[in-house]
Structures are given as structure tokens and as C-alpha cells.
Ligand binder design. Structure first.
Ligand code: PLP
Length: 385
């Protein structure tokens, strides 16, 4: 099988499994326990926090471990919005980009439904970028929080995050970015990015599913969403997932060490793959930004050819990818991301997304591009060339 769905998830790396193993077995203690086993678990948890903080360039106390990217996004958007409004009742609006992951979009909708916030949706251009002026135009003294993702999971477009955060800072609005897809591929220094909050998720990086982290700048107040024993400085109660935190920290550190070399290699392979598909399928449209995109991201629309059918034909040929985002799987509605880029619904239905893992080889991609061309032609009724 040729796995080209790395944006959906990645396998756990061996080094990561080895690093987390002791905390699932011999050193299985509860990090809050006051005995030797607890102390060892606590030490591992704090070591993992320091490691994540090292990559993000922040203080360890600014890192909160969560159950994944979805929880990190919820905590950022809801937690900051609710805390801001509690401090200043005029703060009743939230700004989110039109192409956010549902973890952010639905958090904003939930704040609207349950807490009376108004949601301002920041548009994107045809390549999926948010213009700083567009964000600036929507922020004001009523805005409680703004959230614009660093890189998009469907089309791979990378945002000018530092410019956007500067706009938010000028408007005195806390700025969150969902860096779940960016982590491992783009610089994550929160100082350079100028963000107040940033989410990451383990399973996109070679750590297991079910662990993530949220950076929140010390100056930014957040209302917890999960109450209980007060773990994670009261921001996220619940017995800490020590092995998960160690796994996330290890995966993030390794990805950061390899980032430049791996990213350059992958971008070259991706461009060759994109070139082959575009050359052989004249109708194919590359979605997202031509250059400002994640190194492993190649997403297309094949007008008049059902994306789901192409997917099935590809799977029969041993190539696994996705028609839209895995999180929206099961829904046959066209992707909100592609609609926001201005594509017609009928064209958006033809989307096929390839997201290359860092381990992919040139041979695999050559085989995959041949399979794409074949699958397209079969579904389009062109027969075999
Ligand atoms: N944000 C983005 C951009 C994603 O791609 C995903 C997962 O697909 C998430 C958030 C959710 O992360 P998790 O699966 O860890 O809950």
C-alpha cells in the first residue's frame, strides 16, 4: 500500500514508542501521587513539557497537555473568549477564518449558540490565504479572540501567521493559531509568530492519537473547559497522560531536528508528483497556494469526475488518500474549505487530497502518479491510455 493520507494521521515512530513505553509499564505512576512512582511520572511529564516548550520557544508553564488537537482548539477558542468576556462584557465577538478545521469553527458556533457570541468569518482568497487587511477589517473592541490556522489540512495553504498576529496585536485581540498540520513542517517559535495561543496534535507527527498540546502565553487568561482535580495548573483537569506527553514531546523534537532537510526533500518530491498529474490530466486543478503550501500537500479537483470514485479506483491500485478531510468523512457535502476558495460546489465534489508522509519514496510517488492518471481516466470514461 502507498499511504498518501498523512494529514489524516501517521504511524507511531519507533523512537516515540520506545520513549513512551516505560511510562505505560514499569513507571506507570500517577503524576499527582506523592510516592516514588508518582514522582517519576511527574518528572517525565515536566520533562516532556520542557521539551515541547523548547521547540515552541516558550516557558514550560505556558504548555498545557490535552487529549489532542480538537481539545486544544476548543480550549483556546472557547477558553479565551469566555475569559475575555468575563473580564470585559463588551467582548462578544469571535473572528475565525472561513477555512478553519471544525474544531475551531464548531467551537465558535457553540459559543454563538450557548453564550450569545457573534461570529465574524474572515474570508480567504482563491488560494486559501487570509489577507491581513481582511482580518484587520473585522477586529475591534468587541472581539474576544481571533483564530486563523497556520496551515490548512485540506489544501495545505500556509498563512502569513506573523503578519496576521501583528494585526490582532494592534487591535488588542488575542490571536490563536491551529498549528496541527504545520507542526513538524513549519517553524513553531511562538515569539517569531507573535501568537498568544497555538495548538498541536501528536498523531500528525508520529506520536499516538489522543494527545496534543496548547501553548497559551502567560499574559493571556483562559477559562478551563474541564473541571476536576486541577491538573495542568487548573487549565485541564484529569489524570495526566504521561506516556502520551512523552510521546508528543519526543515526536515534536525529532520532527523539529529533521524539519529543514525532510521538508526540502518532500517539497521536491511533491512538486514532481503535482507536475506529473497536471501534465497528464489536462483538466486537473491544483487547489490551494502554488508555493505557500505544506511540503507534503498535493490537492486537486478533477472537474466532472467524482472524487469518491477516483478514490476507490486508487485504492484498488494500492494508493490510499482522501477525498476531503477525514474529519468530514461520511458527509457528501462539498468541503467548506473549497467553497471558501470560490470553487463551484460541483467542482468541489471532485476533490482528491494527497498528503505525503515524510518517509515516502520517489518510486512510490512515481507509482502513485501513474495510478492517479489511470484512476482518473477510468472514472472519466476515457479508458486506459
Ligand atoms: N486541526 C487541524 C488542522 C487538523 O487537521 C486536525 C485533525 O485532522 C485537528 C485540528 C484535530 O486534531 P485531533 O485529531 O488531534 O483532534
Amino acid at each position: 500500500m502507498i499511504y498518501l493520507d498523512a494529514a489524516a494521521t501517521t504511524p507511531v515512530r519507533r523512537e516515540v514508542l520506545e520513549a513512551m513505553w516505560p511510562y505505560l509499564t514499569g513507571d506507570f505512576g500517577n503524576a499527582s501521587s506523592h510516592h516514588e512512582l508518582g514522582a517519576r511520572a511527574h518528572e517525565a511529564l515536566e520533562g516532556a513539557r520542557a521539551e515541547v516548550a523548547g521547540v515552541l520557544g516558550c516557558r514550560p508553564s505556558e504548555v498545557t497537555f490535552t487529549s489532542g488537537g480538537t481539545e486544544a482548539d476548543n480550549l483556546a477558542v472557547k477558553g479565551i473568549a469566555l475569559a475575555r468576556r468575563a473580564a470585559d462584557p463588551r467582548r462578544t465577538r469571535i473572528a475565525v477564518s472561513a477555512i478553519e478545521h471544525p474544531a475551531v469553527l464548531e467551537s465558535a458556533r457553540s459559543l454563538a449558540r450557548l453564550h450569545g457570541f457573534a461570529v465574524d468569518v474572515v474570508p480567504v482568497d482563491a488560494q486559501g490565504r487570509v489577507a491581513p487587511e481582511a482580518l484587520a477589517g473585522l477586529l475591534g473592541p468587541e472581539t474576544a479572540v481571533a483564530s486563523v490556522m497556520y496551515a490548512n489540512n485540506e489544501v495545505g495553504t500556509v498563512q502569513p501567521a506573523a503578519e496576521l498576529s501583528a494585526v490582532a496585536r494592534a487591535a488588542r485581540v488575542p490571536f490563536h493559531t491551529d498549528a496541527v498540520q504545520a507542526a513538524g513542517w513549519l517553524p513553531l517559535g511562538v515569539g517569531e509568530l507573535g501568537v498568544d495561543a497555538l495548538s498541536i496534535s501528536g498523531h500528525k507527527l508520529g506520536a499516538p492519537k489522543g494527545v496534543g498540546a496548547l501553548f497559551v502565553a502567560g499574559r493571556t487568561v483562559v477559562e478551563p473547559l474541564i473541571d476536576g482535580g486541577g491538573q495542568e495548573r487548573g487549565l485541564r483537569s484529569g489524570t495526566e497522560n504521561v506516556a502520551g506527553a512523552v510521546a508528543l514531546a519526543t515526536a515534536l523534537r525529532l520532527a523539529e531536528q529533521e524539519r529543514t532537510t525532510a521538508g526540502e526533500r518532500l517539497a521536491l518530491l511533491r512538486d514532481r508528483f503535482i507536475g506529473r498529474v497536471l501534465d497528464s490530466v489536462p483538466d486537473a486543478v491544483l487547489t490551494g497556494h502554488p508555493t505557500e503550501r505544506l511540503p507534503g500537500s498535493a490537492s486537486f479537483c478533477f472537474p466532472r469526475v467524482s472524487g469518491e470514485s477516483v478514490l476507490l479506483e486508487l485504492e484498488r491500485r494500492g494508493v490510499v488518500c482522501s477525498s476531503g478531510s477525514a474529519c468530514a468523512a461520511g458527509s457528501s457535502d462539498p468541503s467548506h474549505v473549497l467553497l471558501a476558495l470560490g470553487l463551484e460546489p460541483a467542482v468541489a465534489q471532485t476533490a482528491v487530497r494527497f498528503t505525503l508522509p515524510g518517509t515516502v519514496t520517489a518510486e512510490e510517488l512515481d507509482a502513485a502518479s501513474a495510478a492517479v492518471i489511470e484512476a482518473h481516466d477510468v472514472v472519466a470514461g476515457l479508458g486506459m491510455r
